[in-house]
Design a protein around this ligand. Structure first.
Ligand code: HEM
Length: 368
C-alpha cells in the first residue's frame, strides 16, 4: 500500500515537475537532502509524532517507499521502447530522478542503519540467516549506489570517458536486483505471518520488478534482432505475467488468512468461549522480535488458556527511551489485563514497544 501511494506521488511529481527538473535540478536536490535529514532525525529521535506522520509521512519518506518508487521510475525509463511516450517523458530527466532517489535512499539507509549496527554490536550471536543476508544485501546495495549517484551528475559525467561511464552504469542492474531482494526479505515474512496489507505489497513489488525484467529482455532481444518478438506477443506475455503474479498473491493470501485473523488480536481468555478464535495450550513459551537495538526476548506463561505472566528475558534497548522495569511492566500489565497484544505502545519508544509486543506475539504463536 505504502509503495503504491509512493509510486503515485513519485509519478505525479516527475510528470508535473519535468521542466523544472531540467531547469533547476539543484533546488530539488536540496529539497531531497532536507527530507533525507528530516527522516533520519525523526527515526533516530523517536519523537512522539501525530498519527498522520507516523502512519503516512514516515513510511513514505523514511521507510524507503519514495526512494523505492523513484528508483522504479529510473528503472522503467530505460526499459520503455526507445520512441515510446514513456521514454520521451522519463529519459531526459532520468539522471535527475536517480540523484533525488539516491539522496532519499541515503537518508533512509542512515535512518535504519543505526538499528542494525546496534544489532550487530549487541547481539551478533543471535542474528538469524535472513537478517544477516539482509544486512549484507543492504551494505552492498549502498556501496553500489554511491558511484551510481555521483556519476549521475552531468558535471561528473561530462568529465568521464563515455565507455567507462556506460560500463559503470551497468552495475545499476545489480543494484536493482539487490533492491528487489532487500524488499522481498522484509515483506515476504510479514506477508506469510498474515500482517495486514503485506500480501498486496509483495504482489505489487513482485509485479513491478518481474515486469521490468521482462521489458528489458524484450527490449534487448528486439534491439539485436530487429523486432523478432511481435507487439501482440509482448502484450500476451505481460498479461500472462500479471495473471501469474496475481495467482501467487491470491494463493499467499489464502494461506495466510487464518494467521491474519489470529495475529495481534489474540484474545486468549475470551478465545475459549467465542469458539471462533484460538485455543492456547498451557505452558511457558519464549518469543523474540526486533526492538530498537536488537532482539527483545520474552517468556510468556499461559494457564487455563489465558496469559498469566510475561517475563522479559532479553533486552538491549536504551533505558532512557524504554526502561524495561518501568515501561516493560506497564506493557506486561496491559497485555495481561487485555489478554491481547493490541494495546498502545509507550510513547516515545515506538520500536521497543513494537519489539516487546512482537515478541509476545511470537511466543503466543507457539502456544496455539
Ligand atoms: C541503498 C539504498 C536503499 C534503498 C533504495 C532502500 C529501499 C527500500 C525500500 C524500497 C523499502 C520498502 C519500503 C516499503 O514499501 O515499505 C525499504 C525498506 C527498508 N529498508 Fe531500505 N533501502 C536502502 C538502504 C537500506 C539500508 C542501508 C538499511 C539498513 C540496513 C535499510 C533498511 C530497511 C528497513 C529496516 C526497511 C523496512 C522498513 C519498515 O517497513 O519498517 N535500507 N528500503
Amino acid at each position: 500500500m505504502i509503495f503504491l501511494i509512493s509510486l503515485c506521488i513519485a509519478l505525479l511529481f516527475v510528470i508535473l515537475c519535468s521542466n523544472l527538473l531540467i531547469k533547476k535540478p539543484t533546488t530539488f536536490y536540496v529539497g531531497a537532502a532536507i527530507i533525507g535529514i528530516a527522516s533520519v532525525v525523526m527515526t533516530w529521535a523517536d519523537f512522539d509524532m501525530p498519527a498522520i506522520v507516523n502512519d503516512w509521512v514516515l513510511p513514505i519518506i523514511a521507510r524507503g517507499g519514495l526512494t523505492g518508487a523513484l528508483f522504479v521510475i529510473v528503472m522503467y525509463a530505460s526499459a520503455f521502447p526507445s520512441r515510446s511516450l514513456g521514454a520521451k517523458i522519463f529519459m531526459p530527466i532520468r539522471g535527475q530522478i536517480s540523484i533525488i532517489a539516491s539522496i532519499l535512499g541515503i537518508g533512509h539507509g542512515i535512518a535504519y542503519s543505526k538499528q542494525y549496527i546496534n544489532m550487530v554490536v549487541n547481539g551478533s550471536g543471535n542474528l538469524d540467516v535472513a537478517t544477516i543476508v539482509f544486512i549484507i544485501d543492504s551494505v552492498v546495495m549502498s556501496l553500489l549506489m554511491i558511484p551510481l549517484f555521483i556519476t549521475s551528475f552531468k558535471a561528473v559525467r561530462k568529465r568521464m570517458n563515455g565507455k567507462t561511464w556506460k560500463s559503470l552504469q551497468q552495475s545499476a542492474y545489480i543494484f536493482y536486483f539487490l533492491l528487489f531482494i532487500h524488499v522481498m526479505l522484509l515483506m515476504v515474512p510479514r506477508a506469510l505471518k498474515g500482517e495486514m496489507g503485506y500480501d498486496l505489497t509483495v504482489f505489487v513489488y513482485g509485479f513491478v520488478f518481474i515486469s521490468y525484467f521482462l521489458c528489458r529482455v524484450i527490449k534487448a532481444v528486439n534491439k539485436s534482432n530487429l523486432e523478432i518478438i511481435p507487439k501482440k506477443q509482448i502484450v500476451a506475455m505481460a498479461t500472462a505475467l500479471f495473471l501469474a503474479t496475481l495467482a501467487v498473491a491470491v494463493i499467499m493470501n489464502t494461506s495466510t488468512v487464518n494467521a491474519k485473523d489470529e495475529n495481534i488480536k489474540t484474545k486468549a481468555g475470551s478465545s475459549r468461549s467465542s469458539g471462533s478464535t484460538v485455543d492456547l495450550e498451557d505452558g511457558t513459551y519464549n518469543g523474540e522480535a526486533m526492538g530498537n537495538n536488537g532482539n527483545i526476548g520474552v517468556d510468556v506463561t499461559v494457564k487455563d488458556g489465558a496469559i498469566t505472566d510475561i517475563v522479559i528475558t532479553k533486552f538491549v534497548d536504551d533505558k532512557e527511551f524504554f526502561d524495561k522495569d518501568v515501561d516493560g511492566k506497564i506493557l506486561i500489565d496491559e497485555v495481561i489485563e487485555n489478554q491481547s497484544t493490541d494495546v498502545d505502545g509507550i510513547s516515545g519508544a515506538t520500536y521497543s514497544s513494537k519489539g516487546f509486543l512482537g515478541a509476545v506475539d511470537d511466543a503466543l504463536e507457539k502456544a496455539k
